[in-house]
Structures are given as structure tokens and as C-alpha cells.
Design a protein around this ligand. Structure first.
Ligand SMILES: [Fe+2]
Ligand SMILES: [Fe+2]
Length: 176
């Protein structure tokens, strides 16, 4: 991510508003009850981010915007809760991933202390898949959480249960 993108995300996080009752009702119409519980447990800035991603995915998918794909958009970053990082910690983790590579930061995921938290932030994809599966969420939703940082923008990746056109739209909708 470029410095402008990072700064924009930082300020968007600081000023993110809580979802309105209408937005919550929309999410509840898409997610199963255990998925909704997982989604709701995220911090304010992740709720705002994932709502934006789901709306953009809905627009990009058009007639193909099935609830399970919007559910995948809503829960793709849910694994971030396991890192227990606030906004400043996330900025630091992102800078580290840019500086030394996501794989190296990810290798710290089982460490204790702050390096472990950065490591768990770097593996939030697979961590989210784990949370979704444990909660009894849909397989495609867990598959997308696991894969969303392995798919490069505009590139196809074959994922079980997810058509390539859907994966491309979901990736495009996520401005991470
Ligand atoms: Fe992510
Ligand atoms: Fe995201």
C-alpha cells in the first residue's frame, strides 16, 4: 500500500462511525445468526470497512450478488480480532509488512508480546477462516477469509466453491 493509501485508511479508521440500525438490519439479512455474532464482535473501524467492501461487492457482482458472497465480504477480515491491535498497532503492523514482507511478520504469529500480535495480524486470513469454521459459518465464507490476501488484484486464483469472477470482484471490492 502506498503512503497516501495508508494515511487515508488511518484517518478513515479514526473517524469511522458505528453501523446504523438500517445497516445492521441489512447485514442480519445476509448473515446466519452465528456469522452475525462474529461480525458484530469486530471493532467499529472493521464494521465500517467490511460494510463498504460488501456494498462495493454487491455493485460489482450485480445479478450474481448472492448472500454467501456478500457474507464473504462482510467476514473477510474477522481474523484481525485475534491480533488485539488498536489503530496505531495496525499501522505499525502494516508498515512492517511493507518493510520486511508479510511472510516474515507472519512467522512471529505464535510469539508472545507485541511481535506475536503483529504476527497474528499478518495471518488474519487463515485465523478468520478458523473462527468462521468454529462458529459454524458457511464454507465459502471461510474459504474467502483464508484466501483474501493470496489473491492479487485482477488475477485469477482457483478456490474451492468460489467462481473466479466472484473472487476477482471480492478482491476488487476490498481496498486494503
Ligand atoms: Fe484483510
Ligand atoms: Fe479488508
Amino acid at each position: 500500500m502506498n503512503p497516501v493509501g495508508l494515511a487515508r485508511r488511518f484517518f478513515a479508521s479514526l473517524f469511522a462511525s458505528w453501523p446504523s440500525p438500517d445497516e445492521r438490519a441489512w447485514v442480519a439479512s445476509i448473515l446466519t445468526p452465528p456469522e452475525f455474532e462474529l461480525w458484530s464482535a469486530q471493532p467499529r473501524y472493521d464494521l465500517r470497512h467490511t460494510l463498504g467492501v460488501a456494498r462495493r461487492a454487491e455493485a460489482l457482482l450485480g445479478a450474481a450478488a448472492e448472500p454467501r458472497w456478500l457474507a464473504a465480504a462482510l467476514l473477510h477480515d474477522v481474523g484481525k480480532v485475534r491480533a488485539h491491535l488498536g489503530i496505531f498497532g495496525r499501522v505499525t503492523a502494516t508498515l512492517l509488512m511493507i518493510g520486511i514482507g508479510r511472510a516474515r511478520v507472519a512467522s512471529w504469529h505464535s510469539w508472545s508480546g507485541i511481535r506475536g500480535r503483529f504476527g497474528r495480524y499478518a495471518v488474519h486470513g487463515p485465523a478468520g477462516a478458523d473462527l468462521i469454521q468454529q462458529a459454524g459459518g458457511r464454507n465459502e465464507v471461510a474459504t474467502w477469509a483464508d484466501a483474501h490476501h493470496r489473491v492479487r488484484r485482477g488475477q485469477a486464483l482457483s478456490l474451492p466453491g468460489i467462481p473466479q469472477s466472484v473472487a476477482i470482484a471480492l478482491r476488487e471490492a476490498d481496498r486494503d
